[in-house]
Ligand binder design. Structure first.
Ligand code: SAM
Ligand code: SF4
Ligand code: SF4
Length: 382
């Protein structure tokens, strides 16, 4: 009807039953030919990066991701039987690797809450890419359990880690994680990750104007002085992901402004991208004390290079962070499909992909409505 969504509508969360319904799609033909070699989507983008959500649960309630008033004690998280097992994840990842995926990122929810995660990492470490190369295996965590797990994760084969940290000031940080978790414990987790050789450790700060933007320079200074080049701080624009965080454009601080504030405090020099499909624009401190990155998915969309797919906690394949539908790979895994049939399904799905939400953001094509409900980030995997 052309009416603006009320704040209540904007914060409506998708009930789990509906979410499962939204994640259904017609069955993929099981007799399709297996894809030959490397996959490319309708916009010519390869499939290089698979993000795997190992749990939809989290011990934080960051307001921009899992706001407390929605994800309360009545919220129905997935039952254990719905989750892909480690064997199912590893089998799926092997098929992806055989068809061009070189990088695996474990995420969630909070991945370190998944019991025995190091066992999954050991299994994934044994996989090889399509040219026989080891895979780049990494993990995104809120850091709360990292101090005690970093060594075991490294020993299991984890190469790198990304830790989310939105402020240095304890009051600001505790307000943002909304469970009163102290910043000191996350800093200790980063220390442990550096010590374990999970380097370079990346630290992600989601910047919300009016909430933590005054923490940009203090956090950058702390990271520089405490860890130097061993830790790369990256600033992420606050995104309109999911349907429950009440996102508003006026709370987004564009990366250009973040960089200007940093440049007023430190001399910065631009760096070239380190890899194709790199999401962060890289800069280094002119005095050699490390680098920083800017991830500008709102003000400078990078869909043109997006080579990422996401495997949800219960085995749905999503082609975009802002997708409203996924493809049920678990049904194939549990329904007796062979690896060749699973490969064929993934090939067909990827070859039909034309998602580019961030480029279309604001246009009618990207407007929520007519069933275009977005999946929450903790489920789809950040
Ligand atoms: N729990 C882990 C963590 O926080 O690192 C992994 C999952 S979390 C969903 C993955 C990343 O998504 C985190 O770096 C988090 O800050 C980021 N994120 C979540 N909601 C976001 C939003 N609305 N805008 C931008 N980044 C967001
Ligand atoms: Fe949990 Fe990560 Fe989401 Fe925060 S951003 S609520 S730590 S999943
Ligand atoms: Fe990739 Fe979708 Fe993000 Fe664009 S909006 S970069 S297609 S995940």
């Amino acid at each position: 009807m052309g009416e603006a969504a009320s704040p209540l509508q904007a914060r409506t969360v998708i009930p789990l039953a509906d979410l499962r319904y939204a994640a259904q799609r017609p069955p993929v033909p099981r007799d399709a030919p297996p894809p030959n070699g490397l996959l490319s989507d309708r916009l010519g983008r390869p499939l290089r990066d698979l993000r795997i959500s190992v749990t939809d649960r989290c011990n934080f309630r960051c307001s921009y991701c899992m706001p407390k008033e929605v994800f309360d004690r009545h919220y129905a998280f997935l039952p254990q039987a719905s989750l892909l097992s480690f064997e199912e994840i590893t089998r799926t990842a092997a098929v992806f690797a055989a068809h061009g995926t070189t990088k695996l990122r474990l995420t969630g929810g909070e991945p370190l809450l998944r019991r025995h995660l190091h066992v999954l990492i050991e299994q994934l470490s044994a996989l090889r890419g399509h040219e026989g190369q080891p895979l780049d295996i990494t993990l995104t965590t809120n850091g709360s359990l990292l101090a005690r797990q970093a060594g075991a994760l490294r020993a299991a084969g984890l190469k790198r880690v990304t830790v989310s940290l939105d402020a240095l000031d304890d009051n600001v940080f505790q307000r943002m994680n909304d469970v009163g978790f102290p910043v000191a414990d996350v800093l200790e987790g980063i220390d442990a990750a550096v010590h374990a050789g999970l380097s370079p450790v990346k630290v992600n700060m989601v910047v919300k104007r009016g909430t933590n933007d005054h923490e940009i320079v203090p956090l950058a200074r702390h990271v520089r002085e405490r860890w130097g080049a061993a830790v790369v701080l990256r600033f992420i624009e606050y995104m309109d992901v999911g349907a429950s965080n009440g996102w508003r454009m006026d709370e987004v601080l564009p990366s250009a402004d973040v960089r200007a504030r940093l440049a007023a405090a430190f001399a910065l020099e631009p760096l070239p991208p380190s890899a194709a499909g790199e999401t962060a624009e890289r800069w280094r401190y002119a005095d050699g004390r490390g680098e920083v990155g800017f991830i500008s998915s709102v003000t400078q969309a990078f869909c043109g290079d997006c080579n990422r797919a996401r495997l949800s906690t219960e085995g749905k394949l999503f082609l975009c962070l802002f997708a409203s539908e996924g493809h049920d790979l678990r049904a194939l895994l549990r329904g007796g499909a062979s690896d060749a049939e699973i490969a064929a399904a993934i090939g067909l799905i990827w070859q039909q992909r034309d998602d580019r939400y961030s480029e279309l953001r604001g246009s009618a094509l990207a407007e929520p409505g007519s069933g275009q409900r977005r999946i929450e980030m903790h489920y789809i995997g950040g």
